[in-house]
Design a protein around this ligand. Sequence first.
Ligand code: SF4
Length: 72
Amino acid sequence: MEIRVTDDCDGYGRCADLAPEVFSVPEEPDYQTTVLRPTIDEEAEEELAARAIAAIQQCPKRALVTDLDVRF
Ligand code: SF4
């Protein structure tokens, strides 16, 4: 799966709480999250992919975009 963040991110870091290996929220002054793992093999890294998907689903700004068909 591919993941990227859009400019809608508010930087509060729910995604990094769920999957710190995938998302990093900088302290300041730039509050936009960085996607540390823009590509995850959802078969080989099933548990990590599940947490990344949960983060995408729970992002309050819908700022995380993926090529997977994720339900909200
Ligand atoms: S949960 Fe969404 S809005 Fe919040 S820091 Fe992560 S990408 Fe940004």
